[in-house]
Design a binder for this molecule. Structure first.
Ligand SMILES: Cc1ncc(COP(=O)(O)O)c(C=O)c1O
Length: 380
């Protein structure tokens, strides 16, 4: 069954007499029992923090998305990455984190984990099987993100996973960019695939949510238990909205991704652009890996500016009328940010200038091109 069909038919109540199409949204902290004997049962949900019907339906869809055996839901995408890491480290461990990761994950590892005696070593996202040279007897987790946040390096995930498996190291990937629609890291042996469902699954820039999809029962039980012990709880209202977003995600993603690719191709020869960072372009340094491992691209790409002063960059961003200035992506509306990854990176991507990231929305692509053209004109 194709994803569109699964996302339409799974996670729904079985029809009987007059059944609503969607699962019920139940807001609950306390669940009531009519018998004292039931209070301490392990085979039923006994308290709202552990989820309701809508949470179960959503987990079913995330498992379908990436062929996971179990999914844990979180109140944010960041939490969907930090909890699985926490679940797999202990004091004295060493972990490896890609230099291209989403910034707050790096802060979490370098600040919070460090307080508990876990050492984080940053590695070059393009390291591939050379990662073996960094492995120590106490290395417990390798954290990946492909493509990298902002800079869009594609990692050789199968090569890294092969090394990790040989050393019994857990692999955790932030798979937010692809929404799990065009990239299936669990099928390549990655242990946990984390999603900021805030993006494409929310789809409307009005909620925060996360999901960690696990490849094995063992990884699932560890993440679930850690989340339970720390008091994790994802709201039923947000879970309901994410479930609703799932039903239409492929249609939105495909259109927005097509817009991004059209803009990336169109921008390639622009005199104010040095390099367009989009893995589907043959000029991208990791295009071969992308073609091997991905079935498509996402609505998010960046470009390195050519010959623009910091003042020009700000003026260019400010001149956009249809692209809102804001972090995030995956909503129905287009967004723009500027940043200089070289300021935060250990392995300098050597872009020689700041970059601009576009998140493409559902607007007409010709209207977006006109907006970009007038923004360039505003600085020329
Ligand atoms: C790649 C990536 N991972 C994780 C997150 C965190 O998601 P959230 O904002 O839902 O915490 C983001 C948010 O921008 C992101 O871009």
């Amino acid at each position: 069954m194709k994803p569109e069909t699964k996302f339409t038919h799974k996670g729904r109540p079985k029809p009987s007499l007059s059944t609503p199409v969607n699962p019920s949204l139940t807001r609950a902290s306390t669940l009531l029992f009519d018998k004292a004997e039931d209070l301490y049962r392990n085979d039923i949900t006994t308290y709202g923090r552990h989820g309701t019907e809508v949470h179960l339906a959503l987990c079913e869809l995330f498992n379908e998305l990436e062929s996971g055996v179990g999914t844990v839901l979180f109140p944010s995408g960041l939490a969907s990455c930090t909890y699985p890491i926490l679940a797999h480290v202990k004091s004295g461990d060493h972990i490896l984190l890609t230099d291209s990761c989403y910034g707050p994950i790096r802060s979490f590892c370098e600040n919070q984990l460090q307080k508990f005696g876990v050492e984080t070593e940053i590695y070059d996202p393009r390291i591939g099987s050379e990662i073996e040279t960094l492995i120590r007897p106490n290395t417990s987790v390798i954290i990946l993100e492909s493509p990298g946040s902002l800079t869009l390096e594609i990692q050789d995930v199968p090569a890294i996973v092969a090394i990790a498996k040989a050393h019994k190291i857990t692999t955790i990937i932030d798979n937010t960019w692809s929404a799990g629609l065009v990239y299936k890291p669990l099928e390549m042996g990655v242990d946990i695939s984390c999603h900021a469902a805030t993006k494409y699954f929310g789809g409307h820039s009005d909620l925060l949510f996360g999901a960690a999809i696990c490849r094995t029962k063992n990884h699932y039980e560890r993440v679930k238990r850690t989340a339970k012990l720390i008091g994790n709880s994802a709201s039923a209202d947000d879970a309901y909205q994410v479930l609703r977003g799932f039903r239409t995600v492929t249609a939105r993603f495909d259109k927005q991704a097509a817009t991004a690719l059209e803009l990336a191709v169109w921008l390639q020869d622009h005199p104010r652009i040095k390099t367009v960072l989009h893995p589907a372009l043959s000029s991208h340094p990791d295009h071969g890996l992308w073609k091997r491992d991905f079935s498509g691209a996402a609505p998010l790409f960046s470009f390195v500016v050519n010959n623009m002063s910091p003042k020009d960059v700000l003026a260019f961003v400010n001149a956009h009328e249809l692209f809102g200035i804001g972090y995030s992506y995956g909503g129905y509306e287009s967004l723009i940010i500027h940043c200089d990854p070289q300021l935060k990176r250990q392995f300098d991507p050597e872009f020689g200038g700041p970059l601009i990231r576009y998140a493409c929305g559902l607007e007409d692509v010709a209207d977006l091109k006109s907006d970009i053209t007038q923004a360039f004109n505003a600085i020329s």
